[in-house]
Design a protein around this ligand. Structure first.
Ligand SMILES: *Cc1c(COP(=O)(O)O)cnc(C)c1O
Length: 379
């Protein structure tokens, strides 16, 4: 089954009791048993729910994995992965991670005796310098937020496999339409479903996809034991959102390209961060592992102070100033004061995250209108 067919059909059967073509919202916490232990596969909705099950199967198919597990948020999904580890274990993570992931690792799990190394993975061989007998997990995102760096997934998986370390890839920015990390050797794929998979800015949810049966069983044990599961209404909304994922991602990518190319020529714009440019440091890797380059773009202004960036962000008509990304509508974000404010100023400067950096989540409106909006806002 090809990708566009999977989005609509994978894991989805007509409802057995009525023939309803759309998976019903099974808004129920419990299921009646004929005799103790004699049930239809469902006992309690933290453990299993038919709406969530359909979504989990669908997500697994999209990522070319065997098992999918849904969580109440992207961070709850990552939380479940780290709970597989034991005190003393070490994690090697990319240094350009989603801020919430960094906070979860450093503020929550460091307390429980886990050690995290945050390293530059643009040159993948750097990972080798941090591996020891305690290393149990390598964690990365690509492209990264907000600098749009690209990390070589195949390279990372080679290193991980040699040493028997689990490789987890946060595939939120790319989505399985643009890249499938499991096909490149990742053991585990994670999503903030909140973003492109949901696609309509109306759900918070996370997911994990794996191939290995034992790993799936261990994660399902955490999912049920810790209980960070989503409700059926949200699962329904995401199933509905995913049916157009391929169409949305095509348009996000087309619009992203048009806007990146517009910005790079603008006299008031300094740098534009978008992996589709041939001048991007890891463009070759991006081309190998991604089908297209998506709708996330960051840029800086030549007048490099925050006031100027604020003026631009306040002037938009169609780009709404908000956190989050991946919805049908275009959003603009100021990483230094919004999503990445928890990173100290000096650290931000080091990775190029300047106070004039503006991040765009380009939506699926008409590119012409979006470019006109940029024109009038940047001036
Ligand atoms: C938003 C996001 C997360 C966290 O997901 P939530 O659904 O907000 O908990 C993790 N990784 C990336 C790349 C994200 O953009």
């Amino acid at each position: 089954m090809k990708f566009g067919t999977k989005t609509i059909h994978a894991g989805i059967e007509p409802d057995p009791s009525t023939g309803a073509i759309m998976t019903p919202i099974y808004q129920t916490s419990t299921y009646v048993q004929a005799s103790p232990g004699d049930h239809k596969g469902f006992e309690y909705s933290r453990t299993h729910n038919p709406t969530r099950d359909a979504l989990q199967k669908n997500l697994a198919a999209l990522e070319n994995g065997k098992h999918g597990l849904c969580f109440a948020s992207g961070l709850a999904a990552i939380d479940a992965v780290v709970k597989l580890l034991n005190p003393g274990d070490e994690v090697i993570a990319a240094n350009d991670l989603y801020g919430g992931t960094y906070r979860l690792f450093t503020k929550i799990f460091s307390k429980y005796g886990l050690k995290f190394h945050f390293i530059d993975m643009e040159d993948i061989s750097n990972i080798k310098n941090y591996i020891n007998e305690s290393t149990k997990l390598i964690w990365l995102e690509t492209p990264t937020n907000p600098m749009m760096n690209v990390i070589d997934i195949r390279g990372a998986s080679q290193i991980a496999k040699e040493k028997g370390i689990m490789l987890g890839v946060d595939n939120t920015f790319a989505t399985p339409y643009l890249q499938t990390p499991m096909d490149m050797g990742a053991d585990l794929v994670m999503h903030s479903v909140t973003k492109y998979l949901g696609g309509h800015s109306d759900v918070v949810m996370g997911a994990l996809i794996v191939n290995d049966d034992k790993l799936a069983e261990d994660l399902a044990f955490v999912q049920n034991s810790s209980g960070g599961t989503p409700g059926p209404q949200d699962a329904f909304l995401v199933l509905r959102g995913i049916k157009t994922l391929h169409l949305r991602m095509q348009r996000h990518s087309e619009n992203g390209r048009a806007i990146a190319e517009y910005l790079i020529k603008h006299s008031k714009v300094d740098k534009v961060y978008w992996p589709g440019f041939e001048t991007h440091a890891n463009h070759d890797i991006a081309k190998q592992q991604m089908k297209d380059f998506g709708g996330m773009i960051s840029f800086t202004l030549k007048v490099g102070h925050q006031d100027e960036a604020f003026k631009v962000m306040e002037s938009f008509q169609y780009f709404s100033l908000a956190e989050s990304l991946g919805g049908v509508e275009s959003l603009v974000n100021h990483p230094a004061s919004m999503t990445h404010a928890s990173i100290p100023y000096e650290e931000r400067q080091k990775i190029g995250l300047l106070d004039s950096l503006i991040r765009l989540s380009v939506g699926i409106e008409d590119a012409e209108d979006l470019i006109k909006d940029l024109e009038q806002a940047i001036g």
